[in-house]
Design a protein around this ligand. Structure first.
Ligand code: PXP
Length: 260
């Protein structure tokens, strides 16, 4: 399994103080030395964490492939095309969201996504689409010309957390998932089934399959059983653990858990 380590959260901490500490280039070097297979970063329209200069420096210094996540905004696409990352992953973006909340709506924004894929392909950048795990989204992604899909695992991760952690009793409880355990268990099973069937369908269509969002040291084993998934992109849980264990150990442990 390819492990893409998302280092955006190092820049979140830096931007909280507007100083160059922690230095994202240190994080890049530690990730490269600790078992990451890929560096994943998201250049958001509001630049709330990763800045243009970070992308430039990471592209210059990374010994690993860089997966650059971005929206379908035309200005952002021009910037991404110039940086020529190893891959671009198109994601939905809303200014008011805390993090990416769902997959790209490949139906409503079909024309814009098609334009974005064409522009990136013209710059020789392969494209992955971050989509919800549905058969329809797999088919549309193929039709639009993407090489890869990244299945949004946020829904699975939320249900898993409400069942298996103290989230329910915290300020961050997910209201619509405050349900009896048997209902949550049925939802968890359905969310896994959706990921499995989507991954299988995508592979049949000739798409590469990644997954990401909300994956952590407790739930990642579910992804390991799905052979069609060959890449995971993980950020929050690795950076959160690094506060206690250091970044190198946090990445090494995730690499151990994601090695087949
Ligand atoms: N993959 C994509 C496309 C994302 O947008 C994100 C979040 O930035 C991730 C993976 C990583 O998610 P998390 O930080 O929850 O591990």
């Amino acid at each position: 399994m390819t492990l893409g380590v998302n280092i955006d959260h190092v820049a979140v901490l830096r931007e909280a103080r507007k100083v160059n500490d922690p230095d994202i280039i240190n994080a890049l070097h530690v990730a490269c030395e600790s078992g990451a297979d890929q560096i994943t970063i998201h250049l958001r329209e509001d630049r709330r964490h990763i800045q243009d200069v970070d992308v430039k420096n990471i592209m210059n210094f990374s010994k690993l492939p860089v997966n650059l996540e971005c929206s379908i905004n035309r200005d952002i696409l021009n910037i991404v095309s110039n940086f020529k990352p190893h891959r671009a992953t198109l994601v939905p973006e809303k200014r008011e969201e805390v993090t990416t909340e769902g997959g790209l709506d490949v139906f409503t924004y079909e024309d814009d996504i098609s334009y974005a894929i064409e522009q990136l392909h013209d710059s020789l950048i392969p494209v992955s689409l971050f989509v919800d795990p549905t058969i329809e989204a797999m088919e549309k992604s193929k039709e639009l010309g993407a090489e890869m899909v990244e299945l949004h695992t946020g829904s699975f991760a939320n249900i898993f957390a409400m069942l298996n952690s103290s989230l329910l009793h915290s300020n961050h409880s997910i209201k619509e998932l405050e349900l009896p355990r048997y209902e949550l268990e049925a939802k968890l099973e359905k969310s896994i089934e959706d990921i499995v069937t989507s991954a299988q369908h995508a592979k049949k269509l000739g798409l590469e399959v990644a997954a990401g969002h909300g994956l952590n040291y407790h739930n990642v084993s579910y992804m390991m059983d799905i052979q069609e998934i060959t890449e995971l992109n993980i950020g929050q849980s690795i950076i959160a653990r690094s506060v206690f264990s250091g970044l190198a150990d946090a990445i090494k442990e995730m690499k151990r858990l994601t090695t087949r």
